[in-house]
Design a protein around this ligand. Structure first.
Ligand SMILES: Cc1ncc(COP(=O)(O)O)c(C=O)c1O
Length: 381
C-alpha cells in the first residue's frame, strides 16, 4: 500500500471519521506512537501507566499548583464551548509574542499543528528538509500526503549541522524544519547561528522552528525565532504547554506565523476549539515563572546526575540542554527495552547510523538514581 494520501482520499477518510476525532489527531496519535527502531517494532511501545515514564519527555512535576487551581475554577464553564476563552487566550499569546492575534493558531498540542503543517504543505508536493534524528511528526505527515523527506545527519556532537542543511536545500524544498533544543538529543545550536540560518533559509522556503524545549534553557539563552515572524519572514514558531508547563495530558500548543501562513495551515484543522480545562491551565501557566524555574532547576539537577552516571561508564552522549539524553545503546536494544521494562522503567530505542541508541527522558532525581541502578543490572547481566 502506498504511503501517500491523495487529497481525495484525505477528504474521504476525514468524512469517515464522523465520530468527531479530527483526522489530523487520529494520524498524529498513530505517528506519535510509531516505533523509531527495529527493537521497538519487535517490542512495541505501549506506555503503561505503572512504569516510570522515561520515554516521552514529560514533566514529572506538573501541572503546577496555579494550573490545578485554574482547572478547578474553570469547571463552571465546562458545559460551554470555548469560543470566547480561546479568542481571549489568543490575544494574550499575541501580546506575549509581540504579534497580532491573527498570527496565532491554537492546537490540541503542538503535535496537531506539526501534523497540519506537514499535511497542508505536503499536499502541495515538493520536499521537507530536516536534521536526522529529530522530532518527526511534520515530516511523517508530509510524506504520508505527497512530499519527500530530505534528511541531514546531525554532526558528530549530535547537533544540527546547519551548513550541511543549507547546502541540502533544493529547488522544490518547501519546509525547512529545525528543533532547538532538539529531540531526541536535547542538543542546542548557538542562537545567533540559528537566527542567521533561519533568516537566510526563509527566503527559499518556510522555516518551521519547533521550540518545544526552549524554556529548559536559562532565560538569557532562550532566543526564540519569533522575532523573524515579527519582521515578516516566512517562519513558523511552534510552542507547547506540554513540556516546561507540565500539561502534556491536556493537549494544548500554538504556532506563531504571518496570517497568510496561518491560514494555509488552519484550513485543514477540524476542531480548533480547545477544551476549557486546557485553556484555563495554559493561561495560568503562561507567566508562572516560579514553576518554570522550579522545573528547570529540578530537571538540570536530575540530568546532571544522569550525565555523570554516563560519564562514569565512559559512554558518549549528546550534551543535552533539555529533559532528554541520547547515547549509544551499550547492549542490543530489544534486550534493553525488555529488561528495563521488567525493572519498571520505560525508555526508547532509536536506530541511527547503523546502530541503536538509548533515548532516556529525565525524570525526578530519585527516578534517575533508581533507573541508573536498574540500567547497570541490565547492562551487566
Ligand atoms: C520537539 C517536539 N515538538 C513537539 C512535540 C509535541 O508535543 P505536544 O503535542 O505535546 O505539544 C514534542 C513531543 O515530545 C517534541 O519533542
Amino acid at each position: 500500500m502506498t504511503n501517500h494520501v491523495s487529497r481525495r482520499r484525505w477528504l474521504k477518510s476525514a468524512a469517515a471519521l464522523g465520530a468527531g476525532l479530527p483526522l489530523s489527531i487520529a494520524i498524529a496519535e498513530e505517528l506519535m506512537a510509531a516505533p523509531v527502531s527495529r527493537a521497538e517494532k519487535h517490542h512495541g511501545i505501549d506506555r503503561p501507566g505503572k512504569l516510570v515514564r522515561l520515554g516521552s519527555n514529560e514533566n514529572p512535576y506538573g501541572p503546577s499548583a496555579r494550573a490545578r487551581e485554574a482547572i478547578r475554577e474553570a469547571m463552571t464553564e465546562y458545559n460551554r464551548y470555548s469560543f470566547a476563552e480561546a479568542q481571549e487566550f489568543k490575544k494574550i499569546l499575541a501580546s506575549k509574542e509581540g504579534v497580532s492575534p491573527d498570527c496565532i493558531l491554537l492546537g490540541h498540542g503542538s503535535n496537531e499543528l506539526l501534523a497540519l503543517a506537514g499535511m497542508s504543505l505536503g499536499l502541495e508536493g515538493g520536499a521537507v528538509l530536516s536534521a536526522f534524528p529529530t522530532f518527526r511528526t511534520l515530516m511523517d505527515y508530509a510524506v504520508k500526503f505527497n512530499a519527500r523527506w530530505d534528511k541531514v545527519d546531525l554532526d558528530e556532537t549530535l547537533t544540527h549541522d546547519l551548513e550541511r542543511m543549507a547546502a541540502a536545500v533544493k529547488a522544490d524544498t518547501r519546509i525547512i524544519f529545525v528543533v532547538n533544543p532538539n529531540n531526541p538529543t536535547g542538543t542546542v545550536v548557538e542562537p545567533s547561528k540559528l537566527k542567521a540560518f533561519c533568516e537566510e533559509m526563509s527566503r527559499k522556503a518556510i522555516v518551521y522552528s519547533d521550540e518545544a524545549y526552549l524554556e529548559f534553557l536559562e532565560p538569557a539563552q532562550q532566543q526564540s525565532m519569533v522575532e523573524l515572524v515579527r519582521s515578516n519572514h516566512s517562519v513558523i514558531v511552534s510552542r507547547t504547554f506540554s513540556k516546561i508547563h507540565g500539561l502534556a495530558g491536556l493537549r494544548i500548543g500554538y504556532i506563531v506565523a504571518r496570517p497568510d501562513i496561518i491560514q494555509r495551515i488552519a484550513r485543514y484543522q477540524a476542531g480548533p476549539i480547545i477544551n476549557q480545562a486546557a485553556l484555563a491551565a495554559a493561561r495560568a501557566s503562561l507567566d508562572d515563572v516560579e514553576f518554570m524555574e522550579y522545573t528547570r532547576r529540578k530537571n538540570a539537577e536530575a540530568r546532571g546526575y544522569f550525565c555523570k552516571y554516563l560519564e562514569s561508564k565512559k559512554w558518549f552522549y549528546g550534551k543535552s540542554h533539555a529533559n532528554v539524553v541520547l547515547f549509544p545503546a551499550p547492549k542490543d536494544g530489544k534486550t534493553i527495552l525488555e529488561e528495563t521494562e521488567k525493572r519498571g522503567f520505560q525508555i526508547r530505542i532509536w536506530d541511527y547510523k547503523d546502530r541503536e541508541w538509548c533515548r532516556v527522558s529525565i525524570g525526578t532525581l530519585e527516578e534517575m538514581k533508581a533507573f541508573a541502578r536498574a540500567f547497570d543490572e541490565v547492562v551487566n547481566q
